[in-house]
Design a binder for this molecule. Structure first.
Ligand SMILES: Nc1nc2c([nH]c(=O)n2[C@H]2C[C@H](O)[C@@H](COP(=O)(O)OP(=O)(O)OP(=O)(O)O)O2)c(=O)[nH]1
Ligand SMILES: [Mg+2]
Length: 134
């Protein structure tokens, strides 16, 4: 099966109550339209995962991020391909998270993490984020 290498940004901030929140986006097109994900996309030839992620977030959200620690690499078999997805903690450097491709977005607290319908590959990641979110 073909492997697709993807990077995803778990953008973290703090809300007005001082609680940690993360940014989730809803896909606006394609096979998984309507599903929730972490913004990001495919690594292109010659890019490091971090470079790919900064480029993708600029393209998708018109926002500059810093890329921090790797949370996990998700390995998941979809019917048509194998997904290998590096997921990083990220912070906003500048920009307003403009939705250039996504249908909707939400900031979620730890207790709201299960309120959106994540793509199948993201389910195990959500558990890890829950444990580490603080
Ligand atoms: N970005 C992202 N992709 C995910 C997640 N979970 C998941 O299964 N995927 C899958 C959906 C897609 O098949 C693939 C990522 O592709 P993408 O559509 O974001 O790639 P891209 O931004 O480069 O877009 P495109 O130009 O190929 O349309 O990984 C996730 O949390 N974030
Ligand atoms: Mg994308």
């Amino acid at each position: 099966m073909k492997t697709i290498r993807v990077v995803a940004a778990v953008i973290k901030a703090v809300n007005e109550n001082g609680e940690p929140i993360i940014f989730a986006t809803q896909r606006g097109y394609g096979e998984f339209k309507g599903g929730w994900e972490f913004p990001g996309g495919k690594i292109e030839a010659g890019e490091t995962p971090q470079e790919a992620l900064k480029r993708e977030i600029m393209e998708e959200l018109d926002t500059e991020i810093s890329v921090g620690a790797l949370i996990d690499t998700i390995e998941y078999d979809y019917p048509e391909f194998h997904l290998s997805m590096d997921c990083f903690w990220c912070k906003i450097i500048s920009g307003d998270l403009v939705l250039k491709e996504h249908e909707a977005a939400r900031w979620l607290t730890k207790n709201q993490l299960r309120d959106v319908e994540w793509l199948p590959a993201d389910i195990t990641l959500i558990g890890k984020i829950r444990e580490k979110m603080q």
